[in-house]
Write a protein that binds this ligand. Structure first.
Ligand code: NAD
Length: 708
């Protein structure tokens, strides 16, 4: 037998053990090996039952999706054929599930006759996150073996459930607890089944029990999940596949599932979601850094500043069980910060995310201080004080004098030069940027800023720390705004300029939310604070001085004290939670346009997209060219996880690859002409974008010569 599976017979029980680390991914070689193993078990007369188990930490993580690219996914035996073979076995098959049975791994377990599982094992069908649906019988067998409600929830949301929970639905026949090895328990169970002459079971003979479902059950489900359906293609197909399971015999249901799977596979959404899946893996690889570099220890964290960011950042670490101390200027500031943290946990507890006891345990890990001496044993210090270079440099000088050797000193700056911060210490190799996003306890993105002298092990530590606290890390070089805020700059600039040219805030935001953005740029400004943007602009007047129209409306709103939601007025007017277009702002735009000699006109939906989204693409091309980002997928991860770009489009550069880079270049050049002097000022396509477009290339094929 080949090395990917072990086959042996013990007391009339054939034991097939998958041994293809790390996750027994069901690539062609493992499928072939399993196929041979089951054939052998069927051909040996002494074998009375078959146990399918894993030698690793988990039963099976699912299909090998790298095979999508080379079509091996469909090579015989494909996963469907393998599952059908297991199901058709005249000898009972017992799946022994440890750790996880996900995707194809779950489908394999569903085609067994009986399932024994560790109580905590996770069982799930996450294909929807890849823009697909389970395509090897999952949508047909799961509702038969559990129930429609459970199956629909699991398939539609792609969320795994514990075996213990699923046992109550009938999906798991026996829960395994106690010290006995699962393999031994499964063999014992198989013998019991043989002795009791337990029947083999096939889903072909089972019908989905729909007796408890209301007539409009599926439409009700659609109505309740409207938001999750928006823009995505596969969730609706997941529902249709489960509907089919309720209506059709197994064979026809499987055919329907296969057709829906193929439909999904050929969509831009599936390409986008799979792109993001691979992007997350790629982002952990840092050019020039050996991935085996041992990380530094992380037993205690210190945060400087207990404001909006500091408090949220601290929550990440205490949630992960890491003791954390927050330092601020005085007791009042600390108390204010703590109050916000406590409130956040109260909300989480009310939503049922934590029990009151868990909240207490978590908060016990948090301490506060005003004394830098208490930071001397911290392994990681994250500074989140006001965005002013002099203040940050002072903080870092102090950290340099009090922190232990080897402590990682991080800044959460959004825009400032991390090299200049590192330069005031005697240990620039320990200094790094850790750019969290607001709200820091919620947003998944963590931009890790690699300064000129940041040590390799500090970088590796930051990437691994991100995984510990459930963040998506993306490493960026030093420049104004790193990856995310730098791309934001021209996107915001054009949104503001179009107000002068006659578009309204609601029109621009409406176009972009219809495009799929979580929020429009002008609503985002109102949420983040018009004052914050104005202060950042004050710090970079030189770069924008040649354009008198640059965010002029927002500068005027700032002067008027209209800071956005916090003052009840900004680009919009706020009444309670309601946001309304404000005639005063529209008048301000008309008046200012007159003063600057800008003609107002109707701006089309297409132009709004070209002047915002295409600038994300253009700026990202420049960032790639400068080597600030290592790969285009890093820019996509940043915008999907930090700025509300729709995941189903895969990020700005995946979107560009879909529509064609030449389309983007042509639009920028057309606008450059149409917009006259303003167009000349800002609309020159980035050289890399132009070159890739001219060569008919895609962003995903590009790598910087430095990192190739
Ligand atoms: P904030 O004003 O809410 O909080 C700053 C805190 O730092 C205050 O509690 C203040 O008392 C404290 N502080 C100021 N000087 C200090 C010093 N010398 N020593 C100790 N504590 C000091 O600010 P924020 O919004 O939390 O921003 C903090 C940092 O995070 C800034 O660099 C900002 O650019 C960055 N950031 C902010 C956001 C955001 O959306 N707010 C997002 C990403 C990054």
């Amino acid at each position: 037998m080949n090395v990917l599976t072990d086959y042996r017979v013990e007391d009339e029980i054939a034991v097939i053990t998958m041994q293809h680390p790390p996750v027994n991914s069901l690539g062609l070689a493992l499928r072939q090996s399993l196929w041979k193993a089951i054939q052998q078990a069927l051909s040996e007369a002494q074998v009375k039952a078959i146990v399918l188990c894993s030698s690793g930490k988990l039963f099976c993580g699912g299909a090998d999706i790298t095979e999508f690219a080379n079509q091996q996914f469909f090579s015989e035996p494909d996963l469907n054929a393998l599952c059908n073979m297991f199901e058709a076995s005249p000898k009972p098959v017992i799946a022994a599930i440890n750790g996880q049975a996900l995707g194809g791994g779950c489908e394999l377990a569903l085609s067994a006759d009986y399932r024994i599982a560790e109580a905590q094992a996770k069982i799930g069908l996450p294909e929807v996150h890849l823009g697909l649906l389970p395509g090897a019988g999952g949508t047909q067998r799961l509702p038969r073996l559990s129930n429609v409600e459970t199956a629909l929830e699991m398939i539609f949301h792609g969320k795994a459930q514990s075996a213990k929970k699923l046992a109550s639905t009938g999906l798991i026949d026996r829960i395994h607890e106690g010290p006995e090895d699962l393999r031994a328990a499964a063999i014992r169970y198989a013998k019991e089944l043989v002795a009791a002459q337990a029947p083999v079971k096939t889903c072909a003979e089972m019908q989905v029990d729909t007796s408890r479902l209301s007539e409009d059950f599926f439409n009700q489900f659609r109505a309740n999940n409207k938001r999750a359906l928006q823009g995505f293609y596969s969730p609706e197909r997941c529902i249709e596949a489960v509907e089919a399971a309720c209506q059709l015999p197994l064979l026809q249901g499987l055919a329907r599932e296969a057709a829906l799977f193929t439909d999904c596979m050929n969509t831009p959404q599936a390409r986008a979601q799979q792109h993001l899946f691979f992007a997350e893996r790629a982002a952990k690889k840092i050019p020039g850094v050996d991935p085996k570099t041992p990380p530094r220890p992380l037993h205690k964290v210190a945060i400087i500043g207990s404001g909006t960011m500091g408090g949220g950042i601290a929550m990440n670490f205490i949630n992960a069980g890491i003791p954390t101390v927050i330092l601020d200027l005085n007791a009042e500031a600390l108390e204010r910060g703590l109050e916000v943290i406590r409130k956040n946990y109260d909300i989480s507890a009310k939503k049922g995310r934590f029990s009151a006891e868990q909240v207490q345990q978590i908060l016990a890990l948090l301490s506060t201080t005003t004394d830098y001496g208490d930071l001397s044993d911290a392994d990681l210090v994250i500074e989140a004080v006001f965005e002013k270079m002099e203040i940050k440099q002072k903080v870092f000088q102090t950290l340099d004098s009090v922190c232990k050797p080897g402590a990682i000193l991080a800044t959460n700056t959004s825009t400032l030069d991390v090299n200049a911060i590192a330069a005031v210490t005697r240990r620039p190799q320990d200094v790094i940027g850790l750019h969290f996003f607001s709200p820091a306890n919620v947003m998944r993105l963590l931009e890790i800023v690699r300064a000129e002298q940041t040590a390799d092990d500090a970088l590796i530590s930051a990437v691994q720390m991100a995984a510990k606290i459930g963040k998506v890390p993306v490493v960026a070089g030093v420049c104004f705004g790193f990856i995310g805020n730098r791309m934001l700059e021209p996107y915001g600039r054009e949104a503001c300029r179009m107000l002068l040219e006659g578009a309204t805030p609601a029109q621009i935001d409406g176009v972009l939310t219809r495009f799929g953005m979580a929020m429009g740029p002008l609503s985002v400004q109102d949420l983040a604070g018009i004052d914050i943007g104005a202060l950042i602009r004050q710090g970079r007047r030189e770069a924008i001085a040649h354009d008198p129209s640059y965010c002029i409306i927002q500068d005027k709103l700032y002067e008027m004290g209209r800071y956005g939601q916090k003052t009840g007025r900004g680009n919009y007017i706020y009444e309670g939670r309601e946001q309304k277009e404000d005639p005063e702002v529209l008048e301000l735009c008309r008046h200012t346009a007159d003063e600057l000699g800008v003609a107002q006109r109707q701006i089309s939906e297409q132009e709004i997209i070209e002047r915002t989204i295409y600038f994300l693409i253009n700026e990202a091309a420049q960032i790639l060219d400068e080597g600030i980002a290592y790969r285009s997928s890093d820019c996509d991860l940043v915008w999907v996880n930090g700025y509300g770009f729709p995941a189903w489009r895969g990020g700005p550069l995946q979107y560009a690859d879909e529509i064609g880079l030449a389309t983007v270049v042509a639009a920028l050049k057309r606008l450059q002409k149409e917009l006259g002097a303003y167009g000349e000022m800002w609309f020159t396509p980035a050289p890399l974008l132009e070159k890739l477009a001219a060569d008919g290339k895609l962003f995903k094929d590009y790598s910087h010569p430095k990192y190739a």
